[in-house]
Ligand binder design. Structure first.
Ligand SMILES: *Cc1c(COP(=O)(O)O)cnc(C)c1O
Length: 228
């Protein structure tokens, strides 16, 4: 039997607060996306009842069938790879996209956002470690996308996201998170885009990510329980 979502939520918030203290940050600097992929609407409803407001999905199709069956007034973030033929649905369903990984996709999200009459906050996913199995832009690919974003009036490029290689000891992900933050600082100065948000850290390594500057952590199983 899983611990209750309420217990998990309280413990995670305590751990976030502690990680913030250790690194001299404010608890309010770090926001939590509850990653609800492969979880039924009932679990989302239970989490919403605990006061959780922001949920993450990794597939547009799953989100499209789930979101209408969940409580209203929740925020939905896309944290997984977006196929270009699902762009319009994504723009209609989500409040933020963490996983932009090409100029083409950025421009497509921009034009769809214009069509539906909104401005969408997005992050670029960066493959920091160069792991072949992970999607995301290599560091060399990021500057042209940043340049292209200046002409995209219907997106707000707010930051960067990464998923580190899995390491049994989460401390080993620290250098990956630190590198993303350092690159961000450089790109911010070079392109004059503030890139305030760093989406990094999951159930297994969010404390390390917070110590390295995460502003959004994406917590799934550690909060909502094992996926089905
Ligand atoms: C599944 C997923 C998460 C959450 O992972 P947990 O280990 O369950 O916390 C975070 N980010 C992305 C992109 C995911 O796909």
């Amino acid at each position: 039997m899983n611990k209750s979502i309420q217990d998990n939520w309280e413990q995670i918030r305590e751990r976030v607060a502690h990680a913030c203290d250790l690194s001299g940050r404010q608890g309010s600097d770090v926001q939590i996306v509850a990653v609800s992929k492969k979880q039924p609407p009932e679990i989302v409803a239970e989490a919403a009842g605990c006061g959780i407001r922001c949920f993450g999905e990794n597939k547009v199709q799953e989100a499209a069938s789930k979101i209408p069956r969940c409580p209203d007034n929740l925020q939905w973030h896309l944290v997984g790879h977006l196929q270009s033929n699902k762009t319009r649905a994504a723009v209609e369903l989500f409040d933020m996209i963490h996983s932009i990984d090409s100029t083409r996709l950025l421009e497509r999200v921009n034009s769809m956002s214009a069509e539906v009459g909104r401005t969408l906050p997005v992050l670029l996913q960066v493959n920091v470690s160069g792991e072949v199995s992970k999607s995301g832009l290599s560091p060399e690919e990021v500057p042209p996308v940043l340049e292209a974003s200046k002409h995209c009036m219907n997106i707000d490029l707010v930051g960067l996201m990464t998923i580190p290689p899995f390491t049994p000891d989460p401390v080993d992900a620290g250098p990956v998170f630190a590198r993303l933050r350092e690159w961000r600082d450089g790109w911010r100065d070079e392109f004059g885009i503030s890139l305030e948000e760093l989406s990094m850290g999951m159930s297994h390594d969010f404390e390390i990510a917070i110590q390295e500057g995460a502003t959004w952590i994406r917590v799934g199983s550690g909060l909502l329980g094992e996926r089905h």
